[in-house]
Design a protein around this ligand. Structure first.
Ligand code: 2AM
Length: 222
């Protein structure tokens, strides 16, 4: 195989620095620990899990693996459409290895995934693939009308048998509901922010203070 065909990574993205990874993991754990004890969560438990359980331990329900990151472009070593074009973008070449401050503006939980929404700045959007939201349209039709960068997220955990890329689809679904004017049912004001329920086991915690996370733009060969 020519080197050119093997030189593309599994994916490009922002990789959180170690200290902030611990902080984000702790924040996520605290949120899960609180969420599954709330009456509102228990009330909607049948939407969350099909199993006839009375309780669920969210910290056990989701499995976390690997270093925390926000994927920009999944390349699959060049097999994914548009990989080469992405790697050749001038912003990608210029900013490779640079440090960024990501703004984590919300945490969300669904029966499939737990993740953090990343609100990208103008500069950060130069590294965002133009078709990232369009790619999700077969699964989330409304993604076609959402702003560029809407899919940006950090996967914090997945339920058994769920692929990490599901986290971005789950986020887009919630954002699509918001765009349609559904505010979600305000459940409660938590220390971290306001918690809203969007039906079908979907929960969104809008952070009062966004978490600023230092991250390096790089790639993973895996
Ligand atoms: P994630 O970005 O939602 O966490 C390696 O599998 C990484 O690439 C994971 O972080 C994963 O999901 C992301 N990923 C896997 N397949 C993908 C796809 N088809 N599109 C976008 N991202 C994908």
């Amino acid at each position: 195989v020519p080197l050119e065909e093997t030189s593309l990574p599994l994916f490009f993205g922002w990789f959180l620095l170690p200290g902030i990874q611990d902080k984000v993991r702790c924040t996520s754990m605290d949120f899960l620990k609180t969420l599954d004890t709330l009456e509102a969560f228990k009330k909607h438990l049948p939407d969350f899990t099909v199993e006839a359980e009375k309780e669920v331990d969210l910290e056990q329900y989701f499995q976390a693996n690997g270093a925390l990151h926000c994927t920009t472009k999944f390349c699959d070593y060049g097999k994914a459409e548009g990989s080469k074009e992405y790697a050749d973008k001038s912003a990608v070449k210029e900013l490779y290895g640079s440090a960024f401050e990501l703004s984590l503006s919300a945490l969300f939980v669904t029966p499939r995934t737990v993740g953090a929404r990343v609100s990208l700045s103008e500069d950060q959007l130069t590294l965002w693939p133009a078709d990232a939201e369009k790619e999700a349209v077969p699964l989330v039709p409304a993604a076609a009308t959402l702003p560029v960068g809407s899919r940006a997220h950090i996967t914090l955990g997945c339920a058994e048998g769920v692929e990490p890329q599901q986290t971005g689809f789950d986020l887009l679904e919630i954002l699509a509901l918001q765009q349609e004017g559904q505010e979600g049912e305000l459940v409660e004001e938590m220390e971290l922010g306001s918690l809203a329920y969007y039906g079908k086991g979907r929960w969104l915690l809008s952070l009062r203070e966004p978490v600023s996370a230092q991250a390096c733009f790089s790639s993973l060969y895996g």
